[in-house]
Design a binder for this molecule. Sequence first.
Ligand SMILES: [Zn+2]
Ligand SMILES: [Zn+2]
Ligand SMILES: [Zn+2]
Ligand SMILES: [Zn+2]
Length: 389
Amino acid sequence: MKKRSRDSLLLSLLAALLVLGALGVVAARTALGKPAPAVPAPEAPTPSPTPHVHVFDADSFRCTLCGESCAHDAGFDEAHRCLACGYLCPHETHDPLTAACPLCGKQFNHHFGMDGVCDVCGSSAVLYTARLPERYYADSAHRGRCLRETLTLPDSLQLDIAVYLPWDYDPEGRYNLLIMMHGDGGSCDDWTDVLERTERGDVCLRTVYDAVVEEHLCDPFLVVGIDNRYMQNSFYGEKLIEETLLPYLASHYATYMADGSIESIRDAREHIAIGGLSRGSIYTYDVAMARCLDVAANFCCFSNGYSVNILRFLRAYAQEGLGFVSYIATVGLQDEPVYVRAHRYDYGVLCSSVDTLRDGDNARLIEIDEGHNFLTWTASMYDALLLMF
Ligand SMILES: [Zn+2]
Ligand SMILES: [Zn+2]
Ligand SMILES: [Zn+2]
Ligand SMILES: [Zn+2]
């Protein structure tokens, strides 16, 4: 009796141990959260047990010794070919955060356009209707160059211009061109590196451009600030822009203008913008929009509206088939209420009267919660750069 009960005790102990063991296996698997795969990976060639340097086939990009596909992690050459297997990177998109090709790392620029959505990666432009974040007023890793030049007009008067060149400016490249006009009491350098006093410290536009370049937020661009004083006469202003300034820029800088001929300038009009702030905004309407639509198709007007009836000029251009590519108007909401209302009104009239201007499509009114000052104008310029180019 005693022996039998000892045996059955041993048997039940053994059974209990078996059950515990099985439970342990289940528990371990559950803890890993990874049940054994039911189906093995499809036809993955078994790696050769011998360690070797892969020899990749130029067509399949698989190792001829072990069949493994190249991971393209050895880097890419200048021509964007994988250094290990020779695969040519197709750059199918770019990363929304870094604007770089996720496979080979080649850097691209976002191309947001007037709808604010990058037509390559689908990310949305971050636009500002208030003061720009501090990093746009601080130095970026690379700093563009600001030049000052004096051009001689046909009647020997002098025209001062200030030019911003991005740090990686390539004389053989092609750059969108922004011609910008300053306000009363300002100078052409207001568009490059003059420090402008604001209640939030001294700011300048150069740091905004540098950050936009650094963050690859739009296609390459040049900014040319011009001396305003001759714009009081709109006919003289038109001739200055078309016959002196643009031909000079065409022959001295890398723009979309093949040369300084009027034909080449007109062919490049979609890559030329004219804009201004305050008084310069009035001149943008009265001189540039009214008279230079044949050489520029993009306009950005910060704070002020037009002072003359420009619609009759725009109707004449429409008959020639000349329309707008983009138009951006901004108002500083803390500006004089009459200026705010006037510019909103002018914007509305233009959009409802000109066939090639469509509010919310290629025309935008951006209201910025700042005053008649460089906090409004730096934010305006940032938004305009991202949307126009
Ligand atoms: Zn191999
Ligand atoms: Zn490869
Ligand atoms: Zn790539
Ligand atoms: Zn993008």
